[in-house]
Write a protein that binds this ligand. Structure first.
Ligand code: ADP
Ligand code: ZN
Ligand code: ZN
Length: 730
């Protein structure tokens, strides 16, 4: 009797374990390898695309109860052993179902069972050892002379197109003779034939970093590149990547924000005449597949992308780079809550290559790692160009009569306008006003579904909830006391825009927030207008704070910083510091010194003062001390169990039961359950239970034992999720 093989398969469902299947009837079992996709029956009717994790001899389920795989999709594994292992590691680390980890990591088309071949990209080129074909071998001659014109090779599709014949057999003959050879051809992304820009001459610090990283390029070498905006970090990336390419290895570059992508990609395209794989949410599923496959084949030497690009497999990894490593967008906030930055570090470690984490405002986590000497800390103190650092001023709003645009800010704006320079005003709220209120009875417009006030938007005179999307026309009378006048309190981008227009009627003002940039390419258009100097004053949300270069901006105004000073989350202070430095970094890039005015009701806040007088590093010192005193990360490890239900009791009940089931462990504390800071959102009540430990191993051991106990406790009315290393506690 032949031995039964059991296939352990990850199914794309939120299930904590794999499922066992039998091989398809009549299949040559020795062809089955982990990393292949299989179509598997699930439940009564469903068929899923699953991933073969392991082939074993035994199952915990009696063999006669196992179903057979319906179809083996791939003829060879689409995920290498290393890739598969990484995903399994991630599943364990984040305590997230392996099936969902895999679907997150694969392009959608592969999840749907699409072919993982690169059919359009298979091509051919001359080996250089060509002999002379027989006289009557017309096709062979035709192929050879065609390929002679394409020394880089030509895709099979293109060859067929040129010769309009079925030439597959001919190609094979030529290959057998050793005259031509397989070559993967990248059709997209296209490489423009141009002369690449030459690298800049590195300054002393840049050069030191460059040489040190290059010297360590055959091993894991995690580096924090801590340098203000414009200090030349990107130039260092580019030159190190060149070194990596010279060795025929690949680079993976992560960037945080979609709006940033075109600029960054352009800069890479200007430097390297090689195919660059691009990965972000605006490219089509087909393009994603292309990027993924060609990176895996090693055809694309450089891959640049946002968060989920961290899963793109590389044939020959040479370097990982995470730009703006502090950016919260690297952490996925739903389903599989991974941190792309942390995964990149793990990948670099596994591949034994360097990783560069770049930022003008490094996360406290990374700074801590640098201090612990887990990361090499490189500081780039000065801007590479000639520009000097902006100067900061605090405007004490307590003694300003205009509570929105203070006198000093208005004065500074007029000065810049008459000097034909640009101004950037930053306000962390879109819409017109965040509060609609009745002075008569105290009524305030709240969302029916969330614990949140509605924001008034002037553009269509509606009230919006920024949390659930609910909107309605604004009431004229107070719905509570029928008083005929309601007041709008506070300000958002639209209101600042209006007030500026009143104060500076001649100025060309442009508002930038997610409302004004919703259309595709709107942001590109806006950036172009700014660079052409067709705008005098920019008003925008944090969209403006990230990465964009505005060389003509010499004044940055921060309308209100106070939310960040006294926020509810333990990371609020860190984020406030980062945001201020990043916004300030937009100013005075060229030869004009920049100035930053910050409006605040708390001009004596010690952290704020430290930040503007001594800079981010000094600020981070104090912020780290506060974390240490509170025993928050990076001095401890957190995991947050969240639960939501339409009824508050159900969510609380679940967490209470969960807490009762929690294995005891000295060294792991649990806090709660409590309501989330925003207790209700989109009709769901939200609760949470926080786990904290100074030792990661203890916490993870507890989680591994505890999580399998939870699903039966939840019932179908409670949604719950676990967030390992949460970025925020709401
Ligand atoms: P960052 O990534 O830190 O913001 P960049 O690498 O983008 O810094 O550099 C900022 C500006 O300075 C760019 O315009 C870049 O071309 C220029 N630059 C960078 N390094 C040098 C150098 N060694 N010499 C001259 N200019 C440089
Ligand atoms: Zn009223
Ligand atoms: Zn709402």
């Amino acid at each position: 009797m032949s031995k039964t093989l059991i296939l352990q398969v990850a199914v794309p469902k939120p299930l904590y374990s794999h499922f066992d299947y039998l091989p398809p009837v009549g299949f040559k079992n020795h062809l089955l390898q982990p990393g292949m996709r299989l179509r598997v029956p699930f439940g009564k009717k469903t068929v899923y695309v699953g991933m073969l994790l392991k082939v074993v001899a035994h199952s915990t389920v009696p063999v006669e109860k196992l179903k057979a795989v319906k179809e083996v999709i791939d003829s060879s594994p689409i995920l290498s052993e290393e890739n598969l292992d990484l995903l399994q590691w991630a599943s364990q680390y984040y305590h997230h179902p392996i099936g969902e980890v895999i679907t997150t990591a694969l392009p959608t088309l592969l999840n749907k069972g699409h072919s993982a071949e690169l059919p359009f990209l298979r091509g051919w080129k001359l080996t250089g050892a060509a002999g002379i074909p027989a006289k009557n071998a017309h096709q062979q001659r035709a192929v050879l002379s065609l390929l002679e014109q394409y020394p880089e090779g030509l895709s099979q599709i293109a060859i067929t197109h040129h010769l309009s014949d079925n030439i597959t057999a001919t190609l094979r003959t030529l290959e057998k003779k050793g005259w031509i050879t397989h070559q993967l051809i990248s059709d997209t992304p296209k490489v423009e034939p141009f002369l690449p820009q030459s690298p800049l001459l590195l300054n002393v610090t840049q050069n030191q970093i460059f040489r040190q990283v290059c010297a360590q390029r055959q091993q894991f070498y995690p580096c924090l590149l801590d340098g203000v905006t414009g200090s030349g970090k990107t130039e260092i990336y580019l030159q190190i990547i060149q070194k990596v390419l010279d060795e025929n290895r690949q680079a993976l570059v992560l960037i945080p924000e979609i709006n940033l992508t075109p600029q960054m990609i352009d800069r890479f395209k200007q430097r390297f005449a090689v195919p660059i794989g691009v990965w972000h949410h605006k490219i089509t599923p087909r393009e994603r597949l292309q990027t993924w496959l060609s990176a895996r084949e090693g055809v694309t030497p450089i891959v640049i992308g946002t968060r989920s690009a961290v899963w793109v497999p590389l044939a020959r990894p040479g370097i990982f780079i995470v730009d703006e490593e502090h950016d919260p967008s690297y952490k996925q906030q739903d389903h599989f809550r991974y941190s792309a930055r942390d995964i990149a570090v793990v990948r670099a470690h596994r591949a034994q290559v360097p990783i560069l984490l770049g930022s003008a405002t490094p996360s406290l986590d990374s700074l801590y790692n640098a201090r612990q000497q887990r990361y090499q800390h490189f500081v780039l103190p000065e801007r590479a160009g000639t520009a000097i650092h902006p100067t900061f001023h605090l405007v004490d709003m307590r003694n300003q009569s205009d509570k929105r645009l203070s006198l000093p800010l208005k004065k500074a704006i007029s000065q810049r306008l008459s000097a034909h320079q640009q101004v950037l005003l930053f306000i962390n709220r879109r819409g017109y006003a965040p509060i609609l209120m009745c002075y008569q009875c105290g009524w305030v417009a709240f969302c029916q579904h969330c614990d949140a006030r509605l924001t008034y938007h002037e553009s269509n005179k509606h009230l919006y909830c920024h949390h659930c999307g609910e909107s309605r026309p604004v009431d004229i009378h107070c719905p509570q006391c029928q008083h005929p006048k309601l007041f709008l309190l506070g300000q958002g981008t639209e209101r600042v825009e209006e007030e500026l227009q009143q104060a500076f009627s001649q100025a060309r003002i442009l508002r930038i927030d997610s409302d004004s940039t919703r259309r595709k390419y709107a942001m590109t258009q806006i950036l172009e207008n700014i660079h052409k100097g067709e705008v005098d004053i920019l008003v925008g949300t944090q969209m403006l704070a990230k990465g964009h270069h505005f060389p003509k901006v010499t004044l940055v105004g921060v309308i209100n910083i106070d939310g960040g000073l006294y926020g509810t989350d333990f990371r609020d202070t860190e984020r406030m510091g980062q945001l201020l430095v990043q916004v300030a970094g937009r100013a005075g890039r060229a030869d004009e010194p920049g100035e930053v005015l910050i409006q605040t009701y708390h001009p004596d806040n010690p952290l704020l003062i430290r930040l503007i007088r001594k800079g981010y590093a000094a600020f981070a010192d104090v912020a780290l001390k506060e974390r240490k005193a509170a025993d928050f990360p990076p001095y401890s490890r957190l995991a947050l169990l969240r639960a939501e239900a339409i009824e508050l009791e159900l969510a609380m009940d679940f967490l209470n039961k969960a807490k009762l089931q929690m294995p005891h462990c000295d060294g792991v504390q649990s806090w709660g359950p409590v309501s989330a800071p925003m207790e209700r959102r989109d009709k769901w009540y939200r609760t949470q239970l926080l786990l904290q430990s100074e030792q990661r191993e203890l916490l993870h051991r507890l989680l591994s034992q505890w999580l399998p106990l939870l699903p039966p406790l939840a019932g179908h009315k409670v949604r719950w999720s676990l967030d390992v290393d949460p970025q925020n506690l709401y």
